[in-house]
Design a protein around this ligand. Structure first.
Ligand code: AMP
Length: 306
């Protein structure tokens, strides 16, 4: 394998074996997980290290997929037992997944110990137990760490709210979907929900609304983007994680963070996610190059300007 560059961006999250059902098909043993989608997407823009746990059943082929993008796997720990698995179903309205089963498996033992010689300056706390997000935050600190963003979901909001509340004051940006924003804050209105999230800690908030685009809140400034209009949506799994990967990958490649770079990062996130959903798992992203993202970004810019 060719030599790996120092990772600029680290992600902790799940590496999973999914079973997914959509109106367009049903697939077992799909390579998934919040950190897998995130790292794969971010690797088009930046150098990425993945911090995660898998079981002995984790296929070499899946490891090979991550290595295709030169993702640093020195913190991918193999435990006895089974890899985290998730089973989900999308009805005809593909905006939200119904979780049929979650098996935490090796996540119950996961104890991340970071040993970076030259620690990354950007961190993404992908969807995982907030207690594990805290463990990583305790090991990668500011001022070395320049920017930290985080994702979560209903599973953790409902089961680990107290730990999640401890994460929020320690991050710069929370990325979550509309239902999660409403559940976390108790606000039905998303503008007010974003403001309430900011009161809980992060300076910036990105609320994803599936096919209806995103609401961004950068410091005191709101902005909105549509989603990329698509004729084919086969499997929305991983849209949120690859959105965050495109967004954080771009941010970590930039010298400074302004409203303008943040908006471009959110636009790249939108474009990357638009490719993810066109096929099951990572299949569509595996066919992409950075040129594809640039081309679609140009189209996206034209179709949303007036
Ligand atoms: P999304 O981008 O929101 O569609 O995320 C999809 C991925 O999240 C799937 O590949 C799942 O393996 C993973 N996932 C599902 N439930 C959880 C959970 N409770 N914690 C962390 N990751 C999860």
């Amino acid at each position: 394998m060719s030599e790996q560059k120092k990772p600029q961006l680290a992600v902790i999250g799940t590496v999973a074996i999914d079973a997914v059902e959509t109106p367009f098909g049903k697939k077992d043993k799909v390579f998934g997980g919040s950190a897998s989608y995130f790292a794969y997407a971010a690797s088009f823009f930046s150098t990425v290290a993945l911090v995660a746990a898998v079981g002995k059943d984790f296929p070499d082929d899946y490891r090979g997929i991550l290595l295709e993008r030169k993702i640093d796997l020195s913190h991918l720990e193999v435990y006895e037992g089974k890899t985290f698995s998730w089973k989900g179903k999308y009805e005809f309205d593909m905006n939200s997944a119904k979780t049929l089963d979650t098996q935490l498996n090796v996540l119950l033992e996961f104890n991340p110990r970071l040993k970076f010689k030259d620690p990354p300056e950007f961190l993404f706390l992908a969807n995982i137990d907030p207690a594990l997000q805290i463990q990583v935050l305790d090991q990668l600190k500011k001022p070395r760490l320049k920017f930290v963003a985080c994702d979560t979901m209903n599973f953790w909001i409902e089961n680990k709210r107290a730990d999640l509340m401890k994460v929020l004051p320690r991050i710069d940006c929370l990325v979550l979907n509309d239902a999660e924003a409403r559940e976390l804050t108790g606000e039905t209105n998303l503008v007010r929900a974003a403001q309430k999230v900011k009161e809980l800690g992060p300076d910036h908030v990105v609320i994803k609304k599936g096919e209806h685009g995103v609401l961004g809140y950068f410091e005191e400034q709101f902005f909105i983007f549509p989603a990329f209009p698509l004729e084919t949506v086969k499997d929305p799994t991983g849209a949120g994680d690859s959105f965050a990967g495109g967004m954080m990958g771009y941010i970590s490649s930039q010298k400074e963070l302004t409203l303008s770079t943040f908006k471009k990062a959110v636009a790249f996130g939108t474009v990357v996610a638009s490719y993810t959903v066109e096929d099951f798992g990572l299949e569509s992203l595996r066919q992409r190059t950075i040129e594809n993202f640039d081309e679609r970004l140009d189209i996206f810019r034209k179709l949303s300007s007036f």
